[in-house]
Design a protein around this ligand. Structure first.
Ligand SMILES: O=P(O)(O)OC[C@H]1O[C@H](O[C@H]2O[C@H](CO)[C@@H](O)[C@H](O)[C@H]2O)[C@H](O)[C@@H](O)[C@@H]1O
Length: 265
């Protein structure tokens, strides 16, 4: 697959989710919860470092992890960023869109040389320097180019991203998220990361639950649907492989709080 195989909102041709606040989930060791961070657990903020993690959210996630015996954050952020937000080593994590996976404290890095991502970031810097309000986020094994404050820059930055990975063969894929262009290793996705968790003894033979908000989460929705799991889209209606939908991170956090009260124990 070449660099033109960009995953965009327009390229998705998936059925609409059923809007439903009444999700058929009672946490127990039958479930494997997988949760996206930005736009799902946390409200979107102006910049990556501006997000707010409510204390009671961490308590709620800990209670769910204790009840289920497992819980993983599935994120485009780096492992270090996920730990900084939710507590060092507190939860299992798939970071960098699946390129780095930590299960039970053991990190499996499938992304190869982080120097390659640094080179991509360096190639993108002249492009962001030309557009005020845009910036590069280096994440070790992947790179993000943000333009929330300059949405008109998207086509220019997308072209710059294509040029930055030209000559790298099939090493990279480009994802378009929420006011962000992500350059991530092609060797992994959020879907392959979830499959990896489900092959691990700590997650095996459980029904996967995945909540996510972005088109970059569709690999994960498809992965859980393929094995009879349950996907929940957070945000407005759109084409998706998720089966259920809640309108906002706030609504999802409220649902998570309530779901803890009903835990099977
Ligand atoms: O996979 P996720 O956990 O949803 O992470 C996706 C990306 O989230 C972050 O960017 C997004 O959230 C920022 C904070 O709300 C926002 O400012 C930005 O516009 C969004 O694109 C994060 O910075 C990226 O590294 C993640 O890949």
């Amino acid at each position: 697959m070449g660099i033109d195989a960009v995953t965009t909102r327009e390229s998705l041709a998936l059925p609409a989710a059923d809007p439903a606040g009444d999700l058929p989930v009672v946490w127990s060791t039958a479930w494997a919860p997988f949760l996206d961070i930005d736009g799902t657990l946390l409200d979107i903020a102006a910049r990556p470092d501006d997000v707010f993690v409510p204390d009671d959210l961490i308590e709620t996630l800990t209670a769910i992890a204790d009840t289920c015996g497992c819980l993983a954050l599935i994120t485009g952020r780096s492992l270090g960023q996920a730990d900084a937000l939710f507590g060092a080593g507190r939860f299992d994590v798939a970071a960098n869109h699946g390129a780095v996976v930590r299960i039970g404290g053991v990190v499996r890095d499938q992304a190869g040389d982080p120097g390659a991502a640094e080179a991509v970031a360096a190639a993108l810097r002249p492009a962001v320097d030309r557009h005020a309000g845009t910036f590069v986020e280096e994440k070790g094994h992947s790179v993000a180019v943000h333009y929330r404050a300059a949405p008109a820059a998207e086509p220019f930055l997308l072209q710059a991203a294509r040029e930055a990975i030209r000559g790298s063969g099939d090493a990279w894929r480009i994802l378009i998220g929420k006011a962000v262009i992500e350059i991530a290793p092609r060797s992994a996705t959020k879907g392959t990361a979830i499959a990896q968790f489900l092959a691990d003894p700590a997650y095996r033979r459980r029904r996967p639950f995945f909540a996510g908000d972005d088109t970059t989460d569709e690999d994960a929705f498809e992965a859980v649907a393929a094995v009879g799991g349950l996907g929940v889209l957070i945000g407005p209606e759109r084409k998706t492989a998720a089966r259920y939908r809640l309108p906002s991170p706030g609504a999802f956090r409220a649902w998570l709080d309530g779901s803890v009260a009903g835990c099977a124990g």
